[in-house]
Design a protein around this ligand. Structure first.
Ligand SMILES: Cc1cc2nc3c(=O)[nH]c(=O)nc-3n(C[C@H](O)[C@H](O)[C@H](O)COP(=O)(O)OP(=O)(O)OC[C@H]3O[C@@H](n4cnc5c(N)ncnc54)[C@H](O)[C@@H]3O)c2cc1C
Length: 221
């Protein structure tokens, strides 16, 4: 009997553009090469020829003919910095998609609460671009004021919590803001970013009466 491999095929894709958003964050766009994904899923990306690969949520529209990822540069990291320094024409190796952080058709008609820290905003960008009719509110927590990552795209549905500088819509952490937020009982909540925020926000939302099945999570680190 033949043994089937569960390993997904990896593609070599040319980098098309690198858009620098802040000193430490960039959007890397590369060829899609027919890779199918559902908004919210992640792919495994590395610099072509390098054995190190890491997970990145897809930032781009599911209908676009390219893929984009939003990458925060970790200075002593082995992959993120290298991805941010790529030039058009260089290549990345890409595998996937993976993950269950998705918006099923039923969920798309519900009131949606998207909560992110840092680059955890990425899957929501893909949701909103791919499904323009969503009824959502996006609460984004970052340390600095300039880390809004193309937030004008979301108009007044975007709410910025800034923890270490003055400005934004709220001074403090996302979880502090959530404590006072009114969350209707039929809300589907999505949490994406660092695990401390996710554990804390999960508990808070449960205390507000949301059942576990209505809280969806994606932990980055
Ligand atoms: C499912 C999933 C999806 C992810 N999607 C994204 C994404 O869309 N964009 C993205 O930038 N990262 C994302 N990450 C994190 C990413 O996979 C890498 O861990 C990150 O880019 C650092 O890799 P590195 O090799 O440069 O550093 P490493 O040596 O692997 O990591 C060093 C340390 O950097 C910190 N770190 C990791 N990611 C971040 C981050 N995003 N912001 C701040 N500090 C971080 C952690 O403390 C980590 O231990 C995702 C992770 C998972 C599990």
């Amino acid at each position: 009997m033949a043994i089937m491999s569960t390993k997904k095929k990896r593609n070599t894709c040319a980098v098309l553009e690198v858009r620098q958003l802040t000193e430490s964050t960039a959007i890397v766009r590369f060829e899609r090469q027919g890779l199918e994904f559902e908004p919210g899923q992640y792919i495994r990306v590395g610099v072509e020829g390098d054995s190190e690969i890491r997970d990145y949520s897809v930032y781009s529209d599911a209908r676009a003919d390219y893929l984009e990822v939003l990458v925060r540069r970790v200075e002593d990291g082995l992959v993120s910095k290298q991805l941010c320094e790529l030039e058009p024409g260089e290549h990345v190796s890409v595998g996937g998609p993976y993950g269950h952080f998705k918006l099923t058709e039923t969920l798309r008609g519900k009131p949606l609460l998207f909560v992110a820290t840092g680059t955890g905003i990425s899957p929501y960008h893909s949701f909103v671009e791919s499904f323009p009719e969503l009824d959502y509110r996006l609460v984004h927590g970052t340390a600095k004021l300039d880390e809004t990552y193309e937030s004008s795209y979301y108009g007044d549905r975007y709410f910025h919590c800034v923890s270490r500088e003055e400005g934004g819509d709220y001074k403090g952490r996302v979880t502090e803001y959530l404590q006072a937020l009114d969350v209707p009982a039929d809300t589907e909540a999505f949490l994406c970013g660092n695990c401390d925020m996710i554990y804390e926000a999960f508990d808070l939302l449960q205390e507000k009466g949301l059942p576990t099945a209505q809280i969806h999570t994606e932990v980055y680190f």
